[in-house]
Design a protein around this ligand. Structure first.
Ligand SMILES: [Fe+2]
Length: 213
C-alpha cells in the first residue's frame, strides 16, 4: 500500500512499549507476536493509540472544533470479507495529519494528534468528523486518512487509506488500483454541504487475517 510505505519515512518509535504494557486481556494487541510488536515502527502499529476506550460510539469527532482546516465528515460502512454482509460492532480506529501535513504535536511524526475510535452500528456504519488532511510536507503523497479495524470476530488489520478525488498527487496507478476495487474504491469524491463541511463516503471490506507483519 503506497501510503503505508511512505508512512515509514515519517514514523518513529515510542508507542510499541506503551502498547505492550497496557494491553488488556481482550485487546487485539495481545494476539500479536513479539516480532510484529518489535516491528511497530515500520508496520504502523506505533500510530495506534492505546489502550482502546471501553465505550465507543458509531460516530466520533476526532478534532477540536477550532482545529485549523476544512471540516470533513466521512460516512463509512464496514463489510464482511464477502463484500455483501455488513459487519456490525467492529472497532474502527482512524487518524490523519493536520492541515499542514503533520501527525504529531509541534510537527513531530508521532504519536498522531488527530485520532479516534468508532464502533460500527448494526448496519456496519460509522461516521467520522475530522478535517481534510494536509499532505506530507516536501513529499508527493496524496492526502489520506488511515483506518485500522478489529473486533466482532475480526483480527487487527489495516486497510487501504482513504484518499480524495482531485488531489494532484494521485497517480494513474493509484487511480487504476482504486477503480478495480469498485464499491470499495479508496479514492473518493468530496462534496460540500451548505454549512461548508466537506463530505465523502468510504466502504471498507474486512479480511479474516491479521495483516501487520
Ligand atoms: Fe499517512
Amino acid at each position: 500500500m503506497f501510503d503505508r510505505r511512505q508512512f515509514l519515512v515519517v514514523a518513529g518509535s515510542g508507542m510499541l512499549t506503551l502498547a505492550a504494557k497496557e494491553s488488556k486481556a481482550e485487546d487485539p494487541f495481545d494476539s500479536l507476536s513479539a516480532n510484529v510488536l518489535r516491528n511497530a515502527r515500520h508496520n504502523g502499529l506505533c500510530m495506534i493509540r492505546h489502550p482502546t476506550p471501553s465505550a465507543i460510539a458509531s460516530h466520533a469527532q476526532i478534532t477540536a472544533v477550532d482545529e485549523p482546516g476544512r471540516p470533513l465528515l466521512v460516512a463509512g460502512q464496514v463489510f464482511a470479507p464477502d463484500g455483501q454482509k455488513a459487519a456490525p460492532h467492529v472497532t474502527v480506529y482512524a487518524y490523519n495529519t493536520d492541515a499542514n501535513g503533520h501527525y504529531g504535536e509541534n510537527h513531530t511524526a508521532l504519536p498522531p494528534r488527530i485520532y479516534g475510535w468508532m464502533k460500527t452500528d448494526d448496519a456496519g456504519r460509522f461516521s467520522l468528523r475530522t478535517i481534510l488532511p494536509g499532505r506530507y510536507p516536501g513529499m508527493q503523497v496524496p492526502a489520506h486518512i488511515h483506518f485500522t479495524l478489529w473486533g466482532a470476530g475480526y483480527p487487527l488489520q489495516w486497510v487501504d487509506d482513504l484518499r480524495f478525488e482531485g488531489d494532484s498527487y494521485l497517480t494513474p496507478a493509484m487511480r487504476s488500483e482504486s477503480e478495480q476495487l469498485a464499491d470499495f474504491c479508496t479514492i473518493q469524491p468530496l462534496s460540500e454541504s451548505a454549512d461548508g463541511c466537506l463530505r465523502c463516503t468510504f466502504k471498507i471490506r474486512l479480511q479474516q487475517q491479521m495483516n501487520f507483519s
